[in-house]
Design a protein around this ligand. Structure first.
Ligand code: ZN
Ligand code: ZN
Length: 244
């Protein structure tokens, strides 16, 4: 398979509200994590950091311009690969051990990471069989209700277990912006990993439905608006009702 030079690995797209979407277009869409950069007055926030197969700091200079807190929406391999490159790292308490001691199994790299998830491979010396996430122990442990403060912008931590035990969403009330991680995005949701929990998933969705949301930036797939947000959650809840 063809290899992509490091300088072409990431795609960077600036959106409204000082939010920039960073992605890895040569990873197939289903496995491709959205990396979100939010500009704040005093510091910036990164939500997730991709697979870590090419240095984010070196090839996306935006992430080095200011103090930055690298938050993990949760600790699956596709979301935390570059966390070790940042000094300030935050994760929910329930997945702090995973960020500090990642393995191929507990990050789901095994079984998901094979050459088949790529349309073109990362540069040498990448190899799917030896791929592993580097340790990045958190410097800040997050709990439900905590605030990530960027100076002029504040994001509330909403604990959303279900997809994984320490999943979080980040909610900015002033702009009704939600970074939802993998609990909700506009694509097939994953509810059956080794540490997924059906009851917790249901409770998280019911809680999310009560939020007033204008724009959602999920862990995968394109962003969407408030109407689609309600539609996705109620559709999901209705499906669950049927199967009970
Ligand atoms: Zn995940
Ligand atoms: Zn994911």
């Amino acid at each position: 398979m063809k290899r992509i030079p490091a300088e072409n690995w990431y795609a960077v797209k600036r959106l409204d509200d000082d939010v920039t979407a960073i992605s890895e277009p040569f990873i197939q869409e289903f496995y491709r994590c959205n990396i979100w950069h939010v500009r704040g007055r005093d510091r910036d926030m990164l939500v997730d950091s991709g697979m870590g197969v090419v240095s984010l700091r070196e090839y996306v200079p935006l992430v080095t311009e200011r103090d930055l807190i690298a938050v993990a929406s949760h600790t699956h391999f596709d979301h935390i690969g570059c966390h070790h490159e940042f000094e300030c790292r935050a994760v929910h308490a329930a997945e702090a051990d995973l960020l500090a001691n990642p393995t191929r199994e507990n990050t789901l790299a095994d079984p998901y990471v094979t050459d088949e998830i790529f349309d073109a491979l990362p540069p040498e010396p990448y190899c799917s069989k030896c791929y592993a996430v580097k340790k990045a122990p958190a410097t800040r442990i997050l709990h439900d209700g905590d605030r990530v403060d960027l100076g002029d912008r504040h994001f509330e931590v909403i604990h959303t277990p279900g997809h994984s035990p320490g999943g979080i969403a980040l909610y900015e009330k002033a702009t009704e912006t939600l970074f939802s991680g993998d609990i909700l995005y506009d694509g097939p949701l994953i509810e059956d990993t080794y540490h997924s929990n059906a009851a917790a998933y249901l409770a998280s969705m019911e809680r999310l439905l009560k939020l007033s949301v204008r724009i959602v930036h999920g862990g995968h797939f394109p962003s969407f608006g408030g109407e689609r947000y309600c539609q996705l959650i109620t559709g999901w809840l209705n499906e669950k009702q049927k199967t009970i």
